[in-house]
Design a protein. Structure first.
Ligand code: TRH
Length: 398
């Protein structure tokens, strides 16, 4: 963390991260990565308050769903059951983060207001490439009645935002894994892939149920190259069951024409990263897998989380405009995949164009990844901001 001559405040040592699982796995997925990074790379004592331990367990099998408090990988995990509870100043962390504007318990806020110095309170927002974020990033929001100020913190794609979540060792680990063919093969073998599947073009498929999966499977099936589509259990189950001719269950695979579809178990988060590194193309969704696909340094297609009034189309286009890796063919496939372009669509042509551009898309993906690294990583950027708030509040107090 940064220190300045005027800062006699000791650096923040503890952090409470409040996570409400709205749905699926992205909320806890992001919070879990960030909590570990804060502890491992910055030595911060982290308490992760999470309301849904079952979802957490899906991405992190060490989680005990009945435990009120548990320690996992150095992070204190507390089951956030309700808004009740009384807290003293001793319970309050130096930094308090509410993820996606979740309301933290009123008793906790009351105790925050009594702390001296006050904790730095942040609302960590969702990722979007829209320009308005730059104007809102780090904006203060004073509490209406208590002597507390909350700041908005936005991840993003340039240095006017908080940047993207990325562990310090990620690039090195990813590159070492991808360069080690036997390790990649052993990893895929463990997931049940046959040698032929390992040697084929591998596509990971993680999307929401409304994705036009059937159309794409049809094109892949009649392609001239053998392809293996790896889909987690529970994802786009109907379309996968229709292809397999039986219910989609982990371990089951089916072949039609050039295409093998294999259903994978839902794997721990660290393994999911490796899956993205091991595949040739990744279909990802939401926020966390979308960011990890960028760090995987492989071509990817994003299925964006749907929002009312097609707001997600605006967000998708903002990203496609920002990224340097969007060829016309990638934009066409992204639009078709996300329902921006309307049927009837020539899926064979859309896929062929994308496939023909893959070498160029791969080259641009690497460039994009390097550019994103220049923004620093979100956790370190956030701690630097915390320090500036602490220094400023110290000056105000003098
Ligand atoms: O699961 P998502 O759709 O999550 C979210 C939530 O819906 C959230 O409410 C919304 O705000 C956000 O999307 C935009 O997609 P995401 O963000 O990619 O999160 C998936 C997490 O699950 C990610 O951390 C990777 C992890 N994962 C595994 O650990 N193992 C697996 O096998 C798979 C497929 C994913």
């Amino acid at each position: 963390m940064q220190s300045t001559e005027t800062n006699t405040n000791p650096a923040a040592k503890s952090l409470a991260l409040f996570c409400k699982v709205v749905d699926n796995f992205g909320d806890i997925g992001i919070c879990w990565r960030m909590a570990r990074q804060l502890y491992v790379e910055h030595g911060i004592t982290v308490t992760l308050w999470v309301d849904d331990l079952l979802s957490f367990q899906r991405i992190c099998p060490q989680v005990h769903i009945d435990a009120e408090v548990q320690e996992i990988a150095g992070v204190i995990v507390r089951h956030w059951r309700d808004q009740q509870g009384t807290f003293t100043t001793a319970d309050i962390a130096d930094i308090v983060i509410e993820f996606f504007a979740c309301d933290i318990p009123p008793g906790y806020i009351q105790a925050m207001a009594k702390c001296e110095p006050r904790p730095v309170w942040l609302n960590l927002e969702g990722l979007t490439a829209e320009e308005w974020v730059e104007g809102c990033h780090t904006l203060p929001s004073p509490h209406p009645s208590l002597p507390l100020t909350k700041h908005f913190y936005f991840p993003g794609f340039n240095n006017k935002t908080g940047g993207l979540l990325r562990e310090a060792s990620l690039g090195h680990e990813r590159a070492a894994f991808q360069a080690d063919t036997p390790t990649v093969a052993a990893f895929l073998q463990q997931l049940g892939l046959t040698e032929a599947e390992i040697n084929s073009t591998k596509v990971s498929l993680f999307c929401y149920p409304h994705a036009p999966v059937t159309e794409l499977l049809k094109v892949w099936k009649s392609g001239d190259k053998s392809m293996t589509c790896l889909v987690p259990e529970g994802v786009t189950s109907e379309a996968i069951a229709a292809f397999l001719g039986q219910p989609s269950k982990a371990g089951i695979s089916g072949v039609h024409g050039a295409l093998t579809v294999r259903v994978l178990p839902f794997i721990p988060q660290a393994d999911y990263d490796k899956l993205l590194w091991a595949c040739n193309i990744n279909f990802v969704r939401g926020e966390d897998s979308f960011v990890r696909a960028q760090w995987a340094n492989k071509p990817f297609i994003w299925h964006i989380y749907p929002q009312d009034k097609n707001l997600h189309h605006v967000k998708l286009n903002a990203f496609l405009k920002t990224t340097a890796s969007a060829t016309a063919s990638l934009i066409a496939l992204s639009h078709a995949w996300n329902g921006v372009s309307h049927p009837p669509l020539d899926w064979a042509e859309i896929w062929q164009d994308f496939q023909a551009d893959l070498p160029e898309i791969a080259r641009l993906s690497t460039q994009w990844q390097e550019k994103m690294q220049e923004n620093g990583d979100m956790t370190s950027n956030l701690l630097k901001f915390v320090n500036t708030v602490r220094v400023a509040s110290q000056k105000d107090a003098v």
